[in-house]
Design a protein around this ligand. Structure first.
Ligand code: PLP
Length: 381
């Protein structure tokens, strides 16, 4: 079924972009597990779209169509994880290229980029892109081929002005890619703000049920060289998502706008509560007016500020770990964006990356906000 083009995200998501199974008429599209597809007596493909599963999966295409529509992109490509999507993007660069990457972002990205850049003689410059002046100067000085930002960032929740970052990257002759994982396509649309490529770890809120690993890249310029190179790399190097994961993702996405609405509302309430709590030194959430990135986030996010926030407990590691240990509802686990709330003491996981020992990172789920606040209250003592 072809849906009208002017629908709102909740309609596109709920109806999986109009995917109806033909010929059964099922309102849920089937999952075809076959790795290969037949040809007829004249050796013509029975379905010209499908040769071999690596790049030819109906359910993957359906999920990509929903993602492209939610992001207002021309094209979206799924990958087996967020990191696989990031790797496919950076693998398009020639040896000796120059890249500018936001500092203090998801540690997995930073670590992989440092190793990758060293192997490929790539000049990597890590800068505080949330500081517009710093980003602008770095673009002038280094003339990067690719600028990579993450907004809101994980775990500091810094906001980068996407319009400004795109202008700086383009003036230097480079491309802007935005990791928009913490915002989801519902709250922020970087392509509309001038970014060339948007990336998500779909493992997080896009899937939302902590049971699928997936990544996505999307663009408004599918004819651009970087995009055709990414597509070729995915096909040739084989970093593809499986049909079952794509099927689960499509199912999860049906409720993405609904989940984000609830999660944003609860996160705002909890962040506001904690910012007045006597045992809390600082709360990092772009939805708080006191947050340095609030104005930027408010100008480029719609419908809320996401489900991720961090806070500093007064004291140090002992006080933070004691609070985390007493929580009954928040699961002590890494990741974010699922329907169940998660809490993480990131210093324990990444002791040498400058994360304060008193920092607690929280992903708010869809539970009752009052229950979550009561849990935090008893845990903080
Ligand atoms: N980008 C951000 C902001 C993340 O938080 C993560 C994972 O936590 C990733 C990328 C990597 O995604 P994945 O775990 O799906 O490979």
């Amino acid at each position: 079924m072809t849906l009208p083009t002017d629908l709102k995200p909740s309609t596109i998501a709920a109806q999986a972009g109009g995917a109806i199974d033909s010929p059964s008429g099922g309102v849920v599209p089937p999952m075809q597990l076959s790795t290969t597809f037949v040809r007829d007596e004249d050796y013509a493909l029975v379905n010209p779209d499908n040769i071999y599963l690596r790049d030819n999966s109906d359910i993957v295409r359906i999920a990509e169509n929903v993602l492209a529509r939610l992001e207002n992109a021309e094209e979206a490509l799924l990958f087996p994880s967020g990191m696989a999507a990031i790797a496919a993007l950076f693998r398009t660069l020639p040896n000796g290229a120059t890249i500018l990457v936001q500092s203090g972002i998801y540690w997995g990205t930073t670590k992989w980029l440092r190793d990758f850049s060293a192997r490929r003689q790539i000049s990597l410059h890590e800068v505080d892109a949330a500081d517009a002046g710093v980003l602008e100067q770095a673009c002038v000085t280094h003339t990067p081929d690719l600028v990579f930002i993450e907004t809101p960032s994980n775990p500091w929740l810094k906001s980068v002005d996407i319009v400004h970052a795109a202008k700086c990257a383009h003036a230097a002759g480079g491309v802007l890619a935005v990791d928009s994982t913490a915002a989801t396509p519902i709250l922020q649309k970087p392509l509309e703000l001038g970014a060339d490529i948007v990336m998500h770890s779909a493992t997080k809120a896009i899937n939302g049920h902590s049971d699928v690993l997936a990544g996505v890249l999307a663009t408004s310029a599918p004819a651009a060289r970087i995009w055709t190179d990414i597509k070729a790399d995915r096909h040739d190097a084989g970093a593809v998502i499986g049909p079952f994961e794509a099927w689960l993702l499509l199912r999860g996405m049906r409720t993405l706008p609904l989940r984000m609405e609830r999660m944003c509302r609860s996160t705002q309430t909890i962040a506001e509560y904690l910012s007045t709590h006597p045992k809390v030194a600082e709360v990092y959430y772009p939805g708080l007016e006191t947050h340095p990135g609030h104005a930027t986030a408010a100008s480029q996010m719609q419908g809320g500020f996401g489900c991720l926030f961090s806070f500093l407990v007064k004291g140090g590691a002992a006080e933070a770990l004691a609070a985390v240990g007493k929580l009954r509802l928040f699961h002590r686990a890494t990741s974010l964006g699922g329907v169940e709330s998660l809490v993480e003491h990131r210093h324990t996981i990444e002791p040498h990356t400058g994360i304060p020992e008193s920092l607690i990172r929280v992903s708010v789920g869809i539970e009752d906000a009052g229950d979550l606040i009561a849990d935090l209250t008893q845990a903080l003592g």
